[in-house]
Design a protein around this ligand. Structure first.
Ligand code: NDP
Length: 355
C-alpha cells in the first residue's frame, strides 16, 4: 500500500518515509519545490528506494484549498508532518497560518477524495499539550491536557509574544482544527484520525545531503548539536545545562510511532503522547562522554558539570502509557536510550565532518 507523507524533506518526515519503505510500503512525499524533490529523491535512491517505491509531488503552498487533491489520490493513508518549526517569526501568523490551514487543506482534500484512504496521522507536539507556566510542583501531563494558554498569550501579545509561545500556539491551533474537522465530518469519511504528540526529537539526520552544514539542521537537532557537540555548549550556562529539563524521544522512535499508528486499529480517533522521558542537557553531555571512544573523537566533547543533571527536579512529566498500550512503544518495542541516540547522532556528525 501507498502512504502520502507531507514535507518529506523534513527531519522527522524523512525517517517516517524510510521506516515506511523498510516495512514494505510505497511512499509519495510532498515538498515545496522541484529542487527539494531532487535532493530527497537522491537520498532515498542511495538508500535503495528508486522511483517505483518513492515518488514526490510538489505542493508549493500548503495553505491553499485544493492543492492536495491530486496528491491524496490512490493512497491508503496520510502522514501529515509539514508545519513550520522555527523560533524566528515576527507575526505569529507566519507559523499559525501554515500549521492550521496546511492541516485543514489536506483534510479537506482527503474528504473530497476519501476512497482508499483509511487513516490520517497528524504530527502534533507536546507543544499542544503542556501548559508551561511556572509549575509549583511536578505535573504529569497526558492526552487530556491542552495548551490553551499559548493561544491566549498570542491573542494578547501578538507579535510581542515569546517565540516558543508562538510556535506552541501554532501547534495547539492546528491540532484543535484537525480534531474539529474530523469530528464534524465523521459521517462522510472513510478514514479516521490519529495525532501524535512528541516532545523534543533528537537523533541522526537522514534528510540532509552529505554536503550540508550544521546550520541546515532543524530547530531541535541544531540545539542538540550546538549543546552536546560544540565546545561552547550552545552558549548555555552550567546552571541551565543542569536544571532546564524537558521531555525527549529519538527520531527513529517517533517515526516508528507514525507507522504503528497506521497499523494498530485501536489508534483510530486517539491522541497519543510519545515520550522516552525527561532529560537535562547535562544528561546528554554525560551520555555522550560515557561512550566507548573507539570510532569517535570524544576528547572534543564538552564536559559541562558531570552528574549535575541528575538532581534536576523535573516539573513537566509526560504520561506515555497510552502509546505503550496501543502502539507497544516502551513495551514490545524499546525506546532508544540517551546513549544510543548520542552515539548514532555523533557518528552521523563525524561522518559529515562536523565533529
Ligand atoms: P523540519 O523543519 O525538519 O521539517 C519541517 C517540514 O515542514 C519540512 O518539510 C518543511 O518544508 C515543511 N514546512 C515548514 N514550513 C512550511 C510551510 N510554511 N509550508 C509548507 N511546508 C512547510 O522539522 P521537524 O522534522 O523537526 O518537524 C516536523 C513536524 O514535527 C512539525 O509538525 C513539528 O511541529 C513537529 N514536531 C517536531 C519536534 C522536534 O523536536 N523536531 C517535536 C514535536 C513536534 P521546507 O523544507 O520546504 O521548509
Amino acid at each position: 500500500s501507498k502512504v502520502l507523507v507531507t514535507g518529506i524533506n523534513g527531519y522527522i518526515a524523512a525517517w517516517v518515509g524510510k521506516t515506511l519503505l523498510e516495512k514494505g510500503y510505497s511512499v509519495r512525499g510532498t515538498v515545496r519545490s522541484e529542487d527539494k524533490a531532487v535532493v530527497i529523491k537522491q537520498i532515498f535512491a542511495e538508500a535503495g528506494y528508486g522511483e517505483e517505491k518513492f515518488e514526490t509531488v510538489v505542493v508549493e503552498d500548503i495553505t491553499k484549498d485544493g492543492v492536495f487533491d491530486e496528491a491524496v489520490k490512490g493512497v491508503d493513508a496520510i502522514e501529515h508532518t509539514a508545519s513550520p518549526f522555527h523560533l524566528k517569526a515576527d507575526d505569529p501568523q507566519e507559523l499559525i497560518n501554515p500549521a492550521v490551514n496546511g492541516t485543514l487543506s489536506i483534510l479537506k482534500s482527503a474528504l473530497r477524495v476519501s476512497g482508499s484512504i483509511r487513516r490520517i496521522v497528524v504530527t502534533s507536539s507536546t507543544a499542544a499539550v503542556v501548559n508551561p507556566s511556572q509549575l509549583p510542583e511536578p505535573k504529569l501531563f497526558s492526552e487530556v491536557d491542552w495548551n490553551n494558554q499559548a493561544i491566549e498569550e498570542v491573542k494578547k501579545h501578538g507579535r510581542e509574544a515569546n517565540q516558543v509561545t508562538k510556535y506552541r500556539a501554532s501547534k495547539t491551533l492546528a491540532e484543535k482544527a484537525a480534531w474539529e474537522f474530523y469530528n464534524s465530518n465523521k459521517a462522510n469519511i472513510s478514514w479516521d484520525l490519529v495525532t501524535l504528540n512528541p516532545p523534543f526529537v533528537f537523533g541522526p539526520a537522514i534528510h540532509l545531503p552529505s554536503t550540508a552544514s550544521p546550520s541546515a539542521l532543524g530547530t531541535s537537532l541544531l540545539d542538540w548539536y550546538n549543546t552536546v557537540a560544540t565546545s561552547d555548549m550552545g552558549g548555555k550556562s552550567l546552571d541551565a545545562l543542569a536544571n532546564v529539563g524537558a521531555g525527549w524521544v529519538d527520531v527513529r522512535d517517533i517515526a516508528l510511532a507514525h507507522v504503528l499508528a497506521l497499523t494498530k486499529d485501536e489508534a483510530g480517533g486517539e491522541r497519543l503522547l510519545i515520550s522516552k522521558g525527561e532529560f537535562t542537557w547535562q544528561d546528554f553531555i554525560d551520555a555522550a562522554n560515557s561512550l566507548p571512544p573507539s570510532a569517535l573523537p570524544l576528547d572534543k566533547l564538552p564536559k559541562g558539570n558531570p552528574g549535575a543533571g541528575k538532581s534536576c527536579q523535573h516539573k513537566i512529566l509526560y504520561d506515555a502509557r497510552k502509546a505503550e498500550r496501543i502502539l507497544g512503544l516502551g513495551a514490545e518495542v524499546k525506546y532508544h536510550t540517551m546513549e544510543e541516540t548520542s552515539k548514532d547522532s555523533l557518528e552521523d556528525f563525524a561522518r559529515r565532518g562536523w565533529f
